[in-house]
Design a protein around this ligand. Structure first.
Ligand code: C2E
Ligand code: MG
Ligand code: MG
Length: 478
């Protein structure tokens, strides 16, 4: 090979070498970039995007690790914390204020915790706290109470102050589970149970809890098909006029003929039905059935009786309520004046403007409203004058105590005086003996309901009661 040629191929080789080196450097750079973004992605996979707290993945891995090294005789706990009615804040103020609230909660929680705690957010309004080195359960309970307390100060959102509460579910390892999955599932079950008690509650996991939750879920799903299977039945409790001792109406009370559990009372399923929304359907069935029954009685000649029907919170809040009631009246052909709808104080007070408007609209077509269980809720006399209700039903607990308890007697007397001054009819519930009757007569209350006259009975027994109208036989007397 000639020298020149050799020199040329040498140069080419050198050139190729440089190109290779440059490509290598580029590759190195790319590799570095990739490494950084991989770490970044990994970080993202472990972080909650909103609060910057560890997320579910991070928490679960950490919890599994801590459980694997948990020493014999030591305990650790997992606390699920959920903001009560967070959805309402998101719905009314919008998501950005909801986010602001969550950020504020995260900050408050961080301040309330110490080095033994590991805080994470599991998305939504759920925070989870792992606590280690727990010396004894009492001290831990103090910690939980402290956590609840940090929420008592109002939160400022959109220049307004909001008060929130939290519900807490706790599971303790190793007692309630020795791996993250079980422990978290059980803490969640405890939270679900705490929520079931209403707001601002704490619940510790116990073994029977899962069983209870499963039963509850089963009942909820059975409720969905109960109407189609014709398992509901109305019972009727007579309302009696003390002056004439005759029946002036009936309150319709729903029962569930459960295929395996027998006859179930409303307190065993109404709340569940309310939670799942199936109450709307049940309520509609009750209303139609009760009005049909009234029509039947009226057609039999019992013209001067009324029917009282209980409305659940959801039913009362249903924007279609007025139309539904009108529809039932049209279908059954009863006089609207003979239908009384019962709501409790808490339902009426929840959104007083809506309540006034709805009650008024139904009043205009002739329907009366009763405030049920009066005296058990807020009993704020102030709002009574604004609500266009016709009747006030004294709660049965008052009847139970007026004889022995002089302050209850004074309260009832005051309620009756006030009701009369507001032109409201008072109906006494839970009348069980003649002493109570004497008190009521003295207070000039003449409409009553109670076991003394009749327990709630089936349609057939109510027919018999009506037949005996005029010479009503007391079931019990003292
Ligand atoms: P409520 O509307 O206050 O109904 C009166 C409850 O008191 C009935 O219980 C009745 O059996 C009971 N009671 C009546 N007289 C006496 C008495 O002399 N002594 C005692 N200790 N109790 C008496 P029930 O049938 O178990 O109903 C409980 C509650 O369930 C009702 O309270 C009502 O709030 C709700 N409920 C019943 N039916 C329906 C319904 O169709 N829809 C809705 N939303 N709620 C209903
Ligand atoms: Mg009632
Ligand atoms: Mg009542």
């Amino acid at each position: 090979m000639e020298k020149k040629q050799i020199e040329q191929s040498y140069e080419e080789l050198e050139e190729a070498y440089h190109q290779l080196q440059a490509a290598n450097e580029q590759l190195d750079e790319k590799y570095e970039e990739l490494k950084v973004s991989e770490e970044h992605n990994k970080k993202l996979a472990y972080l909650d995007y909103l609060t910057g707290l560890p997320n579910r993945t991070a928490f679960t891995e950490y919890l599994d690790y801590e459980l694997s090294v948990l020493r014999k005789g030591h305990i650790l706990s997992v606390m699920y914390l959920d903001i009560d009615n967070f959805k309402d804040i998101n719905d009314t103020l919008g998501n950005s204020y909801g986010d602001e609230l969550l950020l504020d909660c995260a900050e408050r929680l961080k301040l309330a915790l110490d080095k033994n705690d590991y805080l994470a957010r599991f998305g939504g309004d759920q925070f989870v706290i792992l606590s280690e080195n727990i010396i004894n359960i009492w001290e831990y309970e103090e910690k939980i109470k402290h956590i609840q307390d940090i929420f008592t100060k109002p939160f400022t959102l959109s220049l307004k102050e909001y008060f929130i509460t939290v519900s807490i579910g706790v599971a303790i390892a190793p007692k309630d589970g020795n791996n993250a999955q079980t422990l978290l599932k059980n803490a969640d079950a405890a939270l679900y149970n705490a929520k079931g008690f209403g707001r601002n509650n704490i619940c510790f996991y116990e073994e029977s809890l899962n069983e209870r939750i499963i039963t509850k879920m089963e009942t909820q799903s059975e409720l969905h098909t109960a109407i189609a299977k014709d398992e509901f039945e109305l019972y009727y409790q007579a309302q009696v006029d003390l002056d004439s001792d005759s029946i002036v109406g009936f309150e319709a009370l729903v029962r569930w003929n459960h295929p395996t559990k027998g006859l179930l009372m409303p307190d065993e399923f109404i709340e569940l039905a309310e939670e799942t929304g199936v109450i709307a359907e049940i309520g509609q069935w009750v209303l139609l059935e009760a009005c049909k029954q009234l029509k039947q009685w009226q057609d039999m000649g019992y013209c001067d009786i009324i029917i009282a029907v209980n409305l659940s919170a959801r039913q009362f809040k249903d924007v279609q309520l007025v139309e539904t009631v009108e529809d039932v009246i049209r279908k059954t052909g009863i006089h609207p004046e003979d239908l009384e709808l019962e709501i409790t104080e808490s339902i009426a007070l929840d959104d007083i403007a809506y309540s006034i408007d709805t009650i008024q609209r139904l009043k205009e077509i002739g329907i009366k409203f009763s405030l049920d269980d009066f005296g058990t809720g807020y009993s704020s006399m102030n709002y009574l004058k604004y609500l266009p209700v016709s009747n006030l039903k004294l709660d049965k607990n008052f009847m139970a105590s007026i004889i022995e308890n002089s302050s209850d007697k004074a309260i009832v007397t005051a309620i009756i005086t006030l009701a009369k001054s507001l032109d409201l009819n008072v109906i006494a519930e839970g009348v069980e003996n003649n002493e109570q009757v004497a008190f009521l007569k003295d207070a000039q209350i003449n409409k009553v309901q109670g076991y003394l006259y009749s327990v709630p009975v089936s349609k057939k027994d109510a027919d018999d009661l009506l037949e005996a109208k005029g010479n009503l036989v007391l079931l019990a007397s003292t």
